[in-house]
Design a protein. Structure first.
Length: 446
């Protein structure tokens, strides 16, 4: 049983590795690719596409548990993978209507995919293996930031323009990766416990399969209604209200490191012919920062050597250092230029080393905030973890969507200022929540 479950988790991780190798690379270069299109009829924006994806994702999360309960996690993940592949395919022969339509569909698919992933991971774990399985899956997922971006670097390095043939070759390769990841979900098998449970239910049931299916759907709908009521109740609690600024900040910085910063680096005229290739290297270094941070802080906090507040404070400092260096090193018009490279002059002569250091710091800081938000939510809402995490993903996605929509209009300094203000407020609020929890524990001990 353990071997089958472990095999399932490995297949799940490999599937996500392939799909998100395609999608994270696509998100990192979307605006740059759109800017380089030699097509007078195309009027889409990579920023707006990503904004639509995260906006739809935030609301589709509310319906996802019901769909997964009725259809099952395996089929849900397979169908969601097809939607991801459809979005990648649009870049091969782009048109405005299909670009935005698939943005909506992939937002729905993302909600279904992540809900099904969580369900399947728990289904194939027990109390003794959940940490190992989560770590195994997380490590495979984070590697998705490395391979696609490495391809971008080798293909784009030395190019000042992205030709149509280069774009087609890249996205054909990413499409193949996405399809392989999607097909791998078909290899997933039911755990023996689930097979025995299903056999027992079928043996005891006197109803036809159609009636049993309707009964399952009705039960799932009732559970979804109950969970939605719990979400509304949790939204009124002081802890969630205080954590909201920190959740919102995680959405802003998610949009910045995953779609905006790479575009800024690629648009910096002072980097010359290497600018486009640096988009790929920047994405790789962000991924390294995520991996280092997640592994390091996971071990430190597991051994109680660091408090959550220490990690979040470190994340704020790391991000503020990165933001200040970006302000000095990257031209102010880098996010908003469309058909040309940057015209503005930054305070420093743009340095590739500083730009990549900032990429690493962005990934490292992101891992600080996300790991500790998951930790505190799991601690405070141990009995209502699913609704609490749903609220987190909802707030994070709404603010990520908003950030993508204003990224193409605001100069870099204003985007950085918004991040600083919300990051500072979010960190302070996190400290207040942690203090409230410590005070509550002290009272219980007393």
């Amino acid at each position: 049983m353990a071997d089958r479950r472990t095999c399932n988790v490995l297949i799940l991780g490999v599937g996500f590795l392939f799909i998100f190798t395609a999608f994270t690379t696509c998100g990192n270069v979307a605006q740059t690719v759109v800017k380089s299109l030699q097509n007078d009829t195309f009027s889409g924006s990579g920023y707006h596409s990503l904004g639509i994806i995260y906006g739809v994702f935030s609301f589709a999360n509310l319906l996802a548990p019901t769909v997964v309960a009725v259809v099952g996690p395996k089929i849900t993940m397979f169908l969601s993978g097809l939607l991801y592949s459809g979005y990648i395919a649009v870049f091969i022969v782009p048109s405005t209507w299909s670009f935005y339509l698939t943005s909506v569909l992939i937002g729905i698919g993302a909600a279904m995919l992540w809900t099904a992933q969580g369900h399947f991971l728990v289904e194939n774990s027990d109390a003794s293996t959940i940490n190992r399985n989560t770590g195994m899956f997380w490590a495979l997922l984070q590697c998705s930031m490395l391979f696609g971006n490495l391809y971008i670097y080798f293909d784009w390095n030395g190019r000042t323009e992205i030709s149509d043939s280069s774009r087609r070759n890249i996205f054909l390769s990413l499409l193949v990766a996405s399809i392989l990841g999607t097909l791998s979900f078909l290899l997933l098998r039911k755990s023996r416990d689930e097979e025995e449970l299903l056999s027992e239910e079928e043996g005891q049931s006197l109803l036809s399969p159609g009636v049993t299916y309707e009964s399952r759907a009705s039960t799932a709908l009732q559970e979804a209604k109950s969970e939605f009521k719990t979400i509304l109740q949790l939204l009124k609690t002081k802890t969630i209200l205080l954590l909201s600024p920190c959740m919102a900040y995680s959405g802003l910085e998610l949009s910045f490191y995953s779609g905006v910063y790479g575009t800024c680096v690629g648009a910096t005229a002072q980097f010359g012919d290497s600018a486009k290739g640096l988009i790929g290297i920047s994405g790789i270094v962000v991924g390294i920062g995520e991996i280092v941070g997640g592994g390091l802080f996971g071990l430190l906090c597991q051994n109680n050597r660091f408090r959550r507040t220490s990690v979040v404070f470190l994340g704020m400092v790391v991000h503020f250092v990165a933001i200040y260096l970006i302000f000095l090193n990257i031209p102010d018009d880098a996010p908003v230029v469309f058909n040309t490279s940057t015209q503005s002059q930054p305070f420093l002569t743009p340095s590739v080393s500083i730009a990549l250091l900032c990429s690493f710091l962005l990934g490292l800081g992101d891992s600080c905030f996300n790991t500790q938000l998951y930790s505190i939510l799991g601690c405070v809402y141990a009995e209502h973890s699913t609704p609490a995490f749903a609220i987190f993903k909802f707030i994070q996605s709404v603010f990520a969507a908003a950030a993508f929509f204003y990224s193409g209009a605001l100069l870099l300094k204003w985007q950085l200022l918004v991040m600083v203000l919300l990051g500072f407020a979010g960190t302070l609020c996190f400290f207040v929540v942690e203090r409230m929890q410590s005070f509550s524990v002290d009272l219980q001990d007393y």
